[in-house]
Structures are given as structure tokens and as C-alpha cells.
Design a protein around this ligand. Structure first.
Ligand SMILES: Nc1ncnc2c1ncn2[C@@H]1O[C@H](COP(=O)(O)OP(=O)(O)O)[C@@H](O)[C@H]1O
Ligand SMILES: Cc1ncsc1CCOP(=O)(O)O
Ligand SMILES: [Mg+2]
Length: 266
């Protein structure tokens, strides 16, 4: 299944428009290219309407948020919704400041098909936690602590919510799928979360909304698997970043079929 999904995505070579943070742009674009998608980083408010119209999917990332960028993000999310194009939200560091948390909640209300965050971000968006606050862009919680929050967000906003971590959890509010690929060293590469969110958008581009839970799980598993292969050749975070890109590009049927670890959870 994951192999068919990757082959389908590579064949379609979807154009993924990314409105993302300055830190992630390079790694995100290279992740998309290596996997078989076509990235474009475009955020000027003046070109949002036309760009979203030619994109196959949109990735909105709050990492280096400013009021100007937020206006572009809102316009893009609304335009994507109007044109029935999938868009994915990465609520980077939601919970760190009230500006960021409110902005992400406003974006959620515009109807993303998928939200992917770490556990602290998902807890912050649900505002359902008495746990200690987030550190910033990194998580202070485990995905299992955020599963209830993910389910309620998915129900409230009619979307798929993915909580990443050692074991990623993906839910539509009813079903829960877990993904066990990946290596801990991914936490030592900045923008690994941002990049997997963009990859999720690439897979969402080639599946209808009712299959976005599966599309999201495939993207998480394949990114994690590329991380595992990359780690076997790496000596630290810098070489893992490089090897991960090569591994994504080189994924073949045998490797994907034997390496993907996706299972139905509850
Ligand atoms: N401890 C871990 N073991 C294996 N994979 C991990 C681990 N932590 C994160 N990952 C993987 O790293 C990627 C980024 O996830 P995460 O670090 O949670 O996002 P963010 O960078 O947004 O905080 C995901 O593909 C996730 O599955
Ligand atoms: C360090 C940093 N600061 C603002 S955005 C960003 C990158 C965050 O990337 P990720 O959430 O994928 O770790
Ligand atoms: Mg992140």
C-alpha cells in the first residue's frame, strides 16, 4: 500500500506550494524533490490567488510567523478551500505565545484537511491541557499524551490530525493509526517536522479527502523509513540530513514493502 502510494505520488509529481518558515525552506524543498514532488515556496499576498490555483496542494507552516505572513496564510487557506485543494497546517510552536496559538486556531477554522504537529503543539491547539507548557518548536510531551486532544481537534474541525514523535499517531477523530518508523536523531535536525508535513501535503495531493488519514500515515512512514536508512550511513545530525534525502530518493518497492510500520491503533 505504501509503495503504491509513493509510486502514485511520484507519477503525479504534484506541485506543493509552501508558505513556510525561513529555517525550513531548503530542507523542505529538497525533501519534496527527493520524494518525487515539485516544491514552490511562495508567500506574497499579491500572488496567493493565482499560485494556489495552480498548486496541487498547499502546506502552511507557522514557524517564523509575522502579521504580514499570517495574512498570506489566511488568504491561501481560504483560497485552497474555495478551490477544493488539500492543504496541510503545521502549527509550529503553538502554545509558546498567544499570538501564535490564536493564529493557528484561526487557520484551523479555515479548514485544513490535515494538521501535523508535535505533541505539545497539538495539546496547545486543543487548549485542553494542564500539562507544563511547550518549550518552543520542540515538544515537551509524548504523542500518547496528546491523542485525546488530537481526536477532539479532528472532530471539531473535520480534519485528520497527526501527532509526531517516537511513534506517530494519526486520527480522524474515530480511527487511530500508529506509525513506528523513524529514529530519535531526527529530533536533532531542525525542520524535520516541517519537512514531513510538506511530504504529507504531497501525498494529500494525490488522494481524495476521505483517504487523507492513509495518505498522512504513508508520508510519515516513508519519511521515517528514509531516516532509518539514512541513520545506518550517518555519523550525526548533519550527515543524517544528507543521507535522509538520498534515501528518500532511492526508496524502492522491496525496501518500502518490508520497512513500513503502520498499524491500526485505538
Ligand atoms: N524519538 C523518535 N524516534 C523516531 N522518530 C522520531 C522521534 N522523534 C521524532 N521522530 C520523527 O521525526 C519527525 C519529526 O517529528 P517531531 O520531532 O515530532 O516534529 P517537530 O520537529 O515538528 O517537533 C517525524 O517523522 C517523527 O516521526
Ligand atoms: C527552529 C525554528 N524556529 C522557528 S521555525 C523553526 C524550525 C522548526 O522546525 P521543526 O518544527 O520541524 O523542528
Ligand atoms: Mg515542528
Amino acid at each position: 500500500m505504501a509503495w503504491e502510494a509513493l509510486a502514485k505520488m511520484r507519477d503525479a509529481n504534484p506541485l506543493v506550494q509552501c508558505i513556510t518558515n525561513f529555517v525550513s525552506m531548503d530542507f523542505m524543498a529538497n525533501t519534496l524533490l527527493a520524494a518525487g514532488a515539485s516544491p514552490a515556496m511562495a508567500h506574497a499576498i499579491d500572488e496567493i490567488d493565482e499560485f494556489v490555483a495552480i498548486a496541487d496542494a498547499l502546506c502552511i507552516n507557522a514557524g517564523t510567523l509575522s502579521p504580514e505572513w499570517l495574512a498570506s496564510m489566511k488568504a491561501a487557506g481560504a483560497r485552497a478551500r474555495q478551490l477544493n485543494k488539500p492543504w496541510v497546517l503545521d502549527p509550529v510552536a503553538a502554545g509558546a505565545t498567544s499570538f501564535r496559538t490564536s493564529a493557528c486556531i484561526e487557520l484551523l477554522a479555515l479548514g485544513p484537511s490535515i494538521v501535523r504537529g508535535n505533541a505539545s503543539e497539538i495539546l496547545a491547539l486543543s487548549r485542553a491541557s494542564n500539562l507544563p507548557p511547550t518549550k518552543g518548536v520542540d515538544s515537551a510531551h509524548d504523542p500518547s499524551q496528546a491523542l485525546g486532544a488530537a481526536k477532539s481537534l479532528a472532530e471539531k474541525y473535520h480534519c485528520v490530525v497527526a501527532v509526531s514523535g517516537a511513534v506517530d499517531l494519526v486520527t480522524d477523530g474515530t480511527r487511530v493509526v500508529s506509525v513506528s518508523n523513524g529514529v530519535p536523531m531526527l529530533q536533532k535536525i531542525t525542520a524535520s517536522g516541517c519537512s514531513v508535513t510538506a511530504l504529507i501535503a504531497a501525498f494529500a495531493a494525490v488522494y481524495p479527502r476521505e483517504q487523507h488519514l492513509e495518505a498522512c500515515a504513508f508520508a510519515l512512514a516513508l519519511f521515517g523509513l528514509a531516516g532509518e536508512i539514512g541513520m545506518s550511513k550517518a555519523s550525526g545530525p548533519a550527515s543524517l540530513r544528507l543521507q535522509l534525502i538520498d534515501a528518500l530518493h532511492g526508496l524502492d518497492q522491496a525496501t518500502v514493502s518490508s520497512g513500513v510500520k503502520i498499524s491500526e491503533a485505538s
